[in-house]
Design a protein around this ligand. Sequence first.
Ligand SMILES: [Zn+2]
Length: 586
Amino acid sequence: MRSMLIRPSLVFLISAVFARAAPPTPLADPSGIDKSRFISFSIPTSEVVAIRVKLVSLHHVNPPYSAGPFVPFTTFEGQDRWVGPPTQYVESVSSGTLFYASKLQCAPHYQDWSTVGLLHVTGSEIVPSSSYEVENLAANCAGNEGGCSAVSVPLQIATTRWGDVVSAFQLPTPPATQPDFTDIGAMVNKFKSAPGAPIKARAMLAGYGLRGLINITPDLGFGHISACVDAFKGLPYWYAGPAGNETIANVLQMLGAMNDDLAGGTTPLETFGAEPKIGVPTVATTANDIVAVGTIDFFQGYDVVASGTSTVTVDFCTGEVSLETVVSDGATTWTLVQSVSLNADILSLWGFVQVNGGAMLPGGWDYSTATGAVLNPGSDPAFAGEVESMFQIAPGSTAAATLSAGAVAGAVSSILQMIINYIKDQSIPYTPPVSCLGPKILNGSGQSCAGVNILCANRLAEMCTSINDLPNVSIAFKKCMKGRCGCGGSNHKRLEVACDFVGDCGVCPSYADGCNLPGGSRMSYCEDMRYGCTCANLIFHEMSHGCGTNDRKDGSAYDAYRIGTWFQEEYRDRFPGACPVGIAGP
Ligand SMILES: [Zn+2]
């Protein structure tokens, strides 16, 4: 009898633990309608849970798009994402109807979701023609999500074909008949906030940025209709899909290889046409990412003919490195967005170029040490041409006019490499330089400086220790200059001085007395420097280009002329008699 009494309470206890251990399955959207860029469900419990979304199958389009290839995001299949905190939105300003939506994120988020109702979830991972599993994890899984068994039975949710917003929906068999005019009509109705129009979670298709993240807040804009029209024409879903999980260190290593590999074949130089120069970047670090923004000026001679910014984002959560470059010459604005990913030894830059806010042309390169940079065959035919024109503004010579896609990739990667070096330098505490090797002069074993009289050569190492006294520059810039000077304390490579690089810099000294070579860690030196101080001026001027200065000629903080002249005067002070008074720099 005693055991009979104990047993039911034990069963109750076990079942209670199990009830807490395994939360209920999320409930499907009662409308039964799938969406292109959202998945929808509700959470039937007031327990605190985290909602896990498994990426089961991503963008396997059947039947295929008629007007272009589709790229399945297979490398992300099997990965998990988590539903972020819900935010309340309105369906339209005129209706005022409220709903909740969340974005996917990499970290679990636990809360009581019972008051949220039907929740719509979007993100770069929610793409057309895909399937997902949605699970609830009990609160006691926190910190041990991978090993936790307190997980609900999954709810399967699919997404529709790209742009397929309303019935009839595409069957997974040919012919491809969707989306059709009914879809476009429904989109127009939503645009007009007409009664009966589909909800935002069905109608919102287009996003911003490389991965097409949807801005849910505004009323449905025309961009969503044009995305639907493109889909009707059979054009592929062109956003880049989920962010990658590549190792940042591996990506950076490959970028370095690509940079070095391409440097010999690139010609964006001071003496030819328009030359890109990268300004000293600003770097902001948050818990989620690092964002570095550098300015780019395209020079023709001493005139800036176009300028813009380059932004590098390193996402700690996904490991993704992405690059966005916007350049304008006043009449035309080019936007180049590329994400960087690494598969084995193939480094891929993939994204789009947009001209004056018009059509987004997808494209990119694959790079491996075996093949070099190769234009991705999935690139839009107009892509290479537009990117080339972006980096070939007002070509002033044959050299600039023959910039190839590979050379442009080199320029992009130079920018990326440089900004990333600033990012990496963030983790190194700054100390004033004490002992430096100085720039490396390539004067041995047949190198080009053999026999060239570089008057300041033996004093460069000492000159490098004065970097700390350079006024009005950032610590990040001083770190970079330390790296170029061989003082340590920086990820920027030591400067190498080559001589008489006619092919890159023109015949000395017809135009320039020296020039900064692609990648920023090499320069060409001309032999006509008659004094040690002007020699120092030239070398530190070019070295400063390798740390982001421009030829501003206005005495501003990051004017390469100001910095060269400052080192010239420093040289005169340190080595009296090395330079006649009144000598102007090059
Ligand atoms: Zn210069």
